[in-house]
Design a protein around this ligand. Structure first.
Ligand code: KG4
Ligand code: ZN
Length: 338
């Protein structure tokens, strides 16, 4: 059996969107188990997440997922030090399943409980990798629901420098994939298709807004791709890899420039990219190359920790519990970023 320090073991639970996830993490950085039950097949026919279906599927999956995480960690529930669950932002019905389950789990075993902000979880996911950054560092969080740049000065200290004014980067990937008839979720599909295309062939607009600031806008790019698709319906099939590559290059150009500027302007010698879009091969490559040229350290979690998972929630929860923070069993979930 694996050795562990029971005074530092946290059970994490995450159900903010379409993954039912549970994990056991020791000391905020050592993963003993991480189980993710995906609902992709359930939502695929609808081209996006259907909130009511997501909540129902979480209800079916929550018990086996948590049980699986405890078993795979090789521990007993009595070994736990605390329980953490995503409190928001996310889909209310989905959040309620994991959050309520986790509160009951903690109550039944008389364990401390903490609700975790999903975005804080994503940022903290970089501490679960083999190469965590030193503080302070600049973080690009790019997911299906959020895109922003943060200065991170401690495990619970974040300063938002700027964020998207309309669509998130992952949302743009999903919408473009839908317009091209590629299915859901679109990010990974476009990432793969783009490898077969020429990123320079079709030039889509790069929307930087104020080049000295950290706000993003992706809705204009999405509209430009839609217009191109409309004007090229006859021979669209052959052009799909080039459209995917051209769209991706426009997203990656903007994300790369802004996170490097974020590191420079906030005086950070390290940067991290986190969230579902951080799984993107081209983004990982471009940010790594650009940062190396400027002598800035780059930290990116493994792909399995970029998308939604509960290890990041357990990790972030550990640091909150360590500070003595607790949430009452009357605590409620929230849908939007606080
Ligand atoms: O972090 P995440 O799993 O959930 C949210 O918190 O939103 O991010 C999901 C998003 C989706 O929009 C998905 O299309 C995108 O991340 N994504 C990717 C890739 N893998 C997932 N985007 C670009 N390239 C990828 N390889
Ligand atoms: Zn997420």
């Amino acid at each position: 059996m694996a050795s562990f320090d029971a005074s530092r073991l946290i059970l994490g639970v995450e159900t903010s969107c379409d993954e039912t996830a549970a994990a056991v993490v020791e000391g905020g950085n050592r993963i003993l188990s991480s189980v993710v039950a995906s609902q992709v097949d359930v939502h695929h026919p609808y081209g996006g997440v259907v909130p009511e279906l997501a909540a129902r599927k979480h209800i079916e999956a929550i018990f086996p997922t948590v049980h699986g995480a405890i078993q795979r960690a090789g521990i007993s529930p009595n070994d736990l030090y605390g329980v953490a669950a995503t409190r928001g932002p996310g889909l209310i019905g989905a959040l309620l399943v994991g959050f309520s389950f986790a509160k009951s789990y903690a109550y039944a075993r008389n364990l401390p409980f903490i609700g975790v902000n999903h975005l804080e979880g994503h940022i903290g996911s970089v501490f679960l990798s083999d190469d965590p950054p030193d503080f302070p560092f600049a973080a690009l969080l790019a997911s299906g629901g959020h895109t922003g740049i943060y200065k991170v000065s401690g495990h619970t200290q974040f300063q938002l420098l700027g964020q998207t004014r309309d669509d998130a980067a992952g949302e743009a990937y999903d919408k473009v994939a839908k317009m091209l008839g590629l299915g859901y979720p679109g990010g990974r599909i476009i990432d793969e298709l783009a490898r077969k295309g020429d990123p320079e062939k079709i030039r889509f607009p790069r929307i930087y807004l104020d080049r000295e600031k950290f706000d993003f806008s992706f809705s204009g790019l999405k509209t430009a791709v839609g217009r191109y698709i409309g004007a090229n319906e006859k021979d669209l099939e052959d052009q799909i890899p080039d459209i995917a590559a051209g769209f991706q290059e426009a997203v990656v150009d903007v994300l790369t420039e802004k996170i490097l500027l974020g590191a420079q302007k906030s005086g950070c010698r390290h940067l991290a990219i986190v969230g579902g879009v951080a799984a993107n091969g081209r983004l990982r490559e471009r940010v790594t190359e650009a940062a190396r040229k400027q002598g800035i350290g780059v930290h990116i979690p493994p792909i399995s920790l970029c998308g939604d998972n509960a290890a990041m929630i357990a990790g972030a929860g550990y640091h909150r519990l360590e500070k003595g923070e607790r949430d009452a069993l009357t605590a409620d979930v929230y849908s939007r970023a606080l």
